[in-house]
Design a binder for this molecule. Sequence first.
Ligand SMILES: *[C@@H]1O[C@H](CO)[C@@H](O)[C@H](O)[C@H]1NC(C)=O
Ligand SMILES: *[C@@H]1O[C@H](CO)[C@@H](O)[C@H](O)[C@H]1NC(C)=O
Ligand SMILES: *[C@@H]1O[C@H](CO)[C@@H](O)[C@H](O)[C@H]1NC(C)=O
Ligand SMILES: *[C@@H]1O[C@H](CO)[C@@H](O)[C@H](O)[C@H]1NC(C)=O
Ligand SMILES: [Cu+2]
Length: 248
Amino acid sequence: MHAAFASTMRLATATALLSAALVGAQNQMVQVQVGAETSTPGGIFQFMPNNLTASNGSVITFTFSGIPGNHSVTQSTFAAPCTPFKGGFDSGWVEILANTSTLPTWQLTITSDQIPIWFYCKQKIPAPHCNAGMVGGINIKPGPNSLAAFVAAAQKAPLDMHEGGLVGLGASASALPAIDGGATLFMTDSATAGPQTAAGGSAAGAGTGAAPSGSGAPPPSSAGRLGFDPALLLTVVVGAMAGAAMVL
Ligand SMILES: *[C@@H]1O[C@H](CO)[C@@H](O)[C@H](O)[C@H]1NC(C)=O
Ligand SMILES: *[C@@H]1O[C@H](CO)[C@@H](O)[C@H](O)[C@H]1NC(C)=O
Ligand SMILES: *[C@@H]1O[C@H](CO)[C@@H](O)[C@H](O)[C@H]1NC(C)=O
Ligand SMILES: *[C@@H]1O[C@H](CO)[C@@H](O)[C@H](O)[C@H]1NC(C)=O
Ligand SMILES: [Cu+2]
């Protein structure tokens, strides 16, 4: 084989190996701010951004913001924007105190990117957050069930504060919010509405995975927070690059 040709082939092989590793490592790290300051454009009652796209295995990190604040990330349905359902995920209420040193975070891993996932904040104090537009969607499909239609429906939807679980439909958390640094977590009664399924998916879990407890629930250990491990991704990518280098 001609040397230049062989060299080109080796480069092509190495490139293919590296691309395969990168495609396999397509999981996104998505950041969403939950709540804001009164001075923030759009006000306190919002998720930023509120229109998300995330593939299977991607981790969405919600950061509870705006001090003081008291919000939740609760799964609902397009049909009932401000109502949790049994089988839906819920962070529980996360209260950010004025002296909170570390903003609380909660991680949600996408388990099915084929179904639209709708969520809201169930807080009613000082005004119903969901009705004020504190809602969002993940993997929304083109068509009538748009984010704008969801926001409009949420404005006049009854707001239900029951608790969902850690495991939701299309997305799941493996731990309660991390509330180190002065924030507190409130849990209440479980969602009572029957399990609902969305087109293309089935209820991933029934009942509540979240430990119901009063305020002062111990923060989960970070080791217990499963989902996506950045260290693993790094290992995979570095390993693939080492493999590519050997081929070259
Ligand atoms: C939300 O994102 C989807 C997918 O990227 C897009 O089609 C849609 O127009 C967006 N909607 C809004 C209200 O931003
Ligand atoms: C936070 O919200 C929950 C639910 O409304 C409520 O029980 C709790 O008292 C709130 N905390 C404060 C300080 O308002
Ligand atoms: C933070 O504020 C809360 C309520 O105002 C108080 O109970 C708590 O002791 C404070 N924590 C610190 C570390 O100052
Ligand atoms: C994501 O996972 C769901 C559930 O297993 C599956 O139905 C779907 O096809 C997956 N999406 C892709 C793009 O493979
Ligand atoms: Cu809120």
